[in-house]
Design a protein around this ligand. Structure first.
Ligand code: ADP
Ligand code: MG
Length: 727
């Protein structure tokens, strides 16, 4: 039998299955073939490797397994009906078994003077040890062998259980199948990798995962199967990355001209941090190669991504191209516009001799029609150098003359589809030559720089963005003192209000944040209103002035409130998470987060990033009830302990699992069968290294040694078509 025909055999042909069970297996567990069944892995194991003697049994044991002969068995009256008891003994003593249900079925099995294997939970009953509803089996040689195994436990379904396919039943099928395995499971790795990394064969791994000889073999099998999952994922991501670099040639930005130099020499407001310099160098290198850049720039809130984006755009300009920044909200787009204008030093500063000042415009949903038309035409004829905006940038009428660099801020707020739209609409056509030397138009996509302030744990980034290049700004600008964070219970509200007053008296501003969650919106808005009233009572006008922003405000009003706060006209801004991303008011030094237990860790971290942006010492107070869950407690402790975004992201991943992390939902990349990205970080990194190494020496996998790898990769590609990410 060939590999394929064995693994793809329909499950109904397995002994003990048949059409009805096959149907149930397919409906409830998606198991249709031998291969599907083998890949239905146990989620835990019960250790039954030992037989105890009866005198060793005590009620502290969660479970016990032993052998014994039935001495006598009788059905007796019990409180509400009947019960069956049986005395079993071995050479060390005896113990009582008891059944309240299934008596008619069990009783005939209890043949006297026959040895049984018994497995169950010892309990104390009227001062005597007994075992209720034990599993019993005749102690045949075969049964003893199986009983002594580490016993796998499988997920199953209701219909399957009613057809005797509970976990035990599934295990029986696995044993039947494993017994048929005989050199019909293809090896997927090269001999070299197997040897070098001490891995057992794939065939052996399947046998051992379902029927482990011992703990050590189980460990080996688990390692091997996880290895395959992670290794082939990484191999695929790296290949996609490689292919994209080959297929999509990129614009060559090899000049550094007066846009960049003038800025660098005359308008740079502060020395760049080491991390900013390094990242900028990485970007320049990327854009200079003639391959399209697809780079993810991660940097914690306040790490200074904006200036890196600006300087990258200036390089695009120096090479004769336009650039744009897309932000997820109008507030953020406005802020970018303001910041970039300020950084570029206009209109206040005269440019230095011979310098070029880029023409920058802002395009959002609220840009007026005539202004909009003006922008469209300047953009189209190439006079406009940098366009900043929201989704408005991807509308039909927006046409660039020659877009060379797209910067996407806070990318997790954009869907994949939106991003690809931006890319497609803005392909630049260059003159080129075809094979015969005739001149043709070649379409070249712009370089793409995606910026995110939500640090993604390295492991997750390696899978989710494994096909991208990643740059990290891991250093904050100098002079920042970390935000001091404390956790307080509601009873401390008076003291917290007092602290707010002190900050305001020092001339600082304060955010007070309330959660608004879709599922409990109505109550949440009520809480927000009540909270606002309470704050107003404690901070009455005209001594204090308050503002409020939330999702239900008209955009105009929201902008107005934000503006007032940014200009220092309001002391306290009561807000929902609408202030989460990017808002920059350096004079705000205190953030109070109400019902902090209702926010996720990453969200708390994002919120906290709104303070600590100026020179003054900043504070964050997390307010909760006395009673919060264990997870919520960990979140509060983590926030109090650290301001390191990456550490926070790792903890978040551990608490919530990968499924809930932002940006992961739509991908399906993380549907692992046996690996677990929050636990197998090291193995992931390890396999990534091996995949890189392999592609370096044999990028096409054509070396005969690597044939098994190539065919497995092709099989996976066919089964799971590419989930193209980004651009
Ligand atoms: P983010 O990465 O969150 O977008 P920003 O780019 O908004 O961060 O920068 C945060 C603040 O830090 C801004 O006020 C910016 O002017 C300032 N900043 C950025 N880089 C430096 C630096 N190298 N030295 C001092 N201040 C800097
Ligand atoms: Mg930013």
């Amino acid at each position: 039998m060939t590999f394929d025909s064995f693994l793809s055999t329909e499950i109904k042909f397995l002994k003990g299955v048949g059409p009805e069970r096959a149907n149930a297996l397919s409906n409830e567990l998606n198991i249709r073939t031998f291969s599907d069944l083998l890949n239905h892995f146990p989620f835990r194991y019960v250790d039954r490797t030992r037989f105890y003697k009866i005198k060793e049994i005590n009620t502290d044991m969660p479970f016990v397994q032993f052998k014994g002969k039935i001495v006598n068995a009788e059905v007796m009256r019990a409180n509400k009906g009947k019960c069956l008891t049986a005395k079993v003994s071995d050479e060390t003593g005896s113990v009582e078994l008891i059944w309240f249900k299934g008596i008619n079925w069990v009783a005939p099995k209890l043949k006297p003077n026959t040895e049984f294997i018994i497995f169950g939970k010892p309990t104390d009953f009227n001062g005597k040890t007994n075992i209720a509803h034990p599993e019993i089996e005749i102690a045949s040689e075969e049964n003893i062998l199986i009983a002594k195994k580490l016993q796998p436990v499988y997920n199953t379904g209701e219909k399957l259980k009613s057809r005797w396919l509970d976990s035990k039943g599934i295990w029986k099928l696995q044993r039947t199948l494993v017994a048929q395995i005989n050199k019909n499971i293809p090896e997927t790795l090269s001999q070299e990798i197997l040897k070098k990394h001490n891995l057992i064969s794939r065939e052996e791994a399947y046998k051992q995962i379902h029927l482990p000889d011992n703990h050590e073999m189980l460990k080996q099998a688990t390692l091997r199967l996880k290895f395959d999952e992670l290794f082939f994922l990484q191999l695929r991501l790296l290949q996609v990355k490689g292919i994209r670099k080959k297929t999509y040639s990129g614009l060559v930005f090899d000049k550094v001209g007066s846009y960049f130099n003038d800025f660098y020499n005359h308008h740079l407001p502060f020395p760049l941090t080491g991390a900013q310099k390094r990242v900028l160098k990485e970007i320049r290198q990327d854009m200079g190669t003639g391959k399209q850049m697809n780079r993810l720039l991660q940097g914690d809130v306040g790490s200074g991504k904006t200036i890196v984006a600006l300087m990258s755009m200036l390089i695009a300009l120096d090479n004769g191209f336009q650039a744009c920044i897309m932000a997820p909200t109008e507030i953020l787009a406005n802020q970018h516009y303001k910041n970039l204008s300020k950084l570029l030093g206009f209109p206040h500063l005269p440019p230095s001799e011979g310098a070029k000042i880029p023409l920058v415009a802002l395009l959002t949903g609220s840009t007026k029609k005539n202004e909009r038309e003006k922008i469209h035409s300047l953009l189209h004829n190439g006079k406009l150098n940098i366009l900043i905006g929201t989704h408005a940038l991807i509308e039909e009428e927006v046409q660039f003359k020659n877009l060379g660099l797209v910067v996407i801020d806070e990318q997790h707020k954009f869907g994949v589809a939106q991003r690809s739209k931006l890319w497609k609409k803005s392909q630049v056509s260059l003159g080129g030559e075809d094979l015969e030397g005739a001149s043709v138009k070649v379409f070249v996509p712009p370089h793409v720089l995606v910026m995110t302030a939500t640090p993604i744990p390295r492991t997750l980034a390696m899978t989710l963005y494994g096909d991208l290049d990643v740059s990290v700004i891991d250093e904050l600008p100098p002079g920042r003192t970390p935000v001091k964070t404390v956790h307080r219970y509601y009873a401390k509200h008076p003291q917290v209000f007092q602290f707010i007053k002190e900050q305001i008296q020092k001339g600082r501003q304060v955010y007070i944040v309330y959660p608004i969650i879709e599922e409990s919106k109505f109550m949440d808005y009520k809480n927000l209103e009540e909270g606002f009233e309470l704050i107003k009572k404690n901070f009455p006008p005209p001594e204090f002035s308050l503002g409020m922003v939330h999702g239900r405000l008209k955009p105009k009003l929201k902008e107005e409130q934000m503006k007032q706060f940014a200009e220092g006209k309001t002391n306290i801004l009561v807000a929902t998470t609408v202030i989460e991303v990017g808002v920059d008011v350096p004079n705000a030094t205190l953030m109070v987060i109400e019902s902090a237990e209702r926010f996720g860790l990453s969200q708390l971290h994002q919120l906290r990033g709104r303070v600590g942006r100026g020179a003054e010492e900043s504070f964050c107070i997390l307010m909760t009830d006395y009673k919060i869950s264990g997870d919520a407690c960990t979140r509060m402790e983590t926030m109090v302990r650290t301001t390191d975004g990456f550490e926070i992201a790792e903890t978040d991943l551990r608490l919530r699992g990968p499924g809930d992390m932002s940006g992961t939902q739509q991908s399906g990349i993380l549907d692992f069968k046996i690996a677990d990205i929050s636990k197998d970080a090291q193995l992931l990194q390890y396999t990534r290294g091996i995949a890189e190494e392999l592609l370096k020496t044999d990028s096409e996998l054509i070396n005969p040694e690597n044939v098994p790898i190539l065919s497995e990769l092709n099989r996976i590609k066919k089964a799971k078509p590419y989930w193209g990410r980004i651009s």
